[in-house]
Design a protein. Structure first.
Length: 119
């Protein structure tokens, strides 16, 4: 079965180091909470708000978390008025037997406001 796991985190500053830290933090939590092995990942999408443009987050998934064979794409998030700023979002598509209602979507820091139903 193919399932999508959503994750998001706000980034402190538009810097390579802060985007790296946020990317690794949220991806690790997504993998750990859902007990996902890298070999189960089909592909991964990243989006960032327009105020984040210092680096591609896929770089850190590849270098820090060994996503070497995972197809990844990075996009700019829609610039919606009054939307959450400095936000990195991820959709991780995985092969898993986890039931849809058992998937743990991860929203960290300021991004927790995006999904208050998951608290």
């Amino acid at each position: 079965m193919i399932r999508a796991i959503r994750g998001a985190i706000t980034v402190d500053n538009n810097s390579v180091d802060d985007i790296k830290t946020a990317t690794v933090e949220v991806l690790k939590e997504m993998l750990e909470q859902n007990k996902i092995d890298i070999s189960q990942i089909s592909h991964c999408f990243f989006t960032m708000t327009k105020d984040l443009n210092a680096v591609y987050p896929a770089k850190f998934a590849r270098e820090e978390l060994n996503f070497k064979n995972v197809p990844m794409m990075c996009y700019q998030e829609l610039d919606i008025e009054n939307s959450l700023k400095m936000c990195l979002r991820i959709m991780l598509v995985v092969n898993t037997d986890i039931e849809q209602d058992k998937i743990k979507h991860i929203y960290l820091k300021g991004a927790a406001t995006l999904r208050p139903d998951l608290k």
